[in-house]
Design a protein around this ligand. Sequence first.
Ligand code: HEC
Length: 106
Amino acid sequence: MRKTTLFSLQIAAALIAATASPVLAAGDAAAGRRTAETWCAGCHLLGDENKAAMVDVPPFPVIAQQKTADAIRAFLFNPHPPMPQFRLTRQDIEDLVQFIVELKKP
Ligand code: HEC
């Protein structure tokens, strides 16, 4: 009995340590692309392949050349008009930032 209790305590402690960690999973560019295709592609060019975006909206590859990851992240946390207010999770934002910065050409 005692051993089992100790063991479950250790599992509980490990779980708490894992969930209490403030570190976000690093952005996942593939997930970011899927989010972008859903929420952003109506206005922004995501890459060279979709041509249906609006004029006057900076294409993501252009944003990638001009902005740092921090600037893009800060903007997405607090977008201003004409950008709509999205309900993005922090993970969505990390994924989108990763997707956009990877479009940057060396
Ligand atoms: C309704 C059209 C629309 C949608 C949808 C949209 N955007 Fe934008 N976005 C704009 C426009 C217009 C600008 C230019 C704003 C400006 O220059 O003030 C912009 C600018 C930006 C910028 C650059 C901001 C800067 O500092 O220059 C980023 C980054 C961005 N959008 C990301 C996104 C992401 C990510 C999504 C999807 C989650 C998205 N946008 C969806 C219209 C849109």
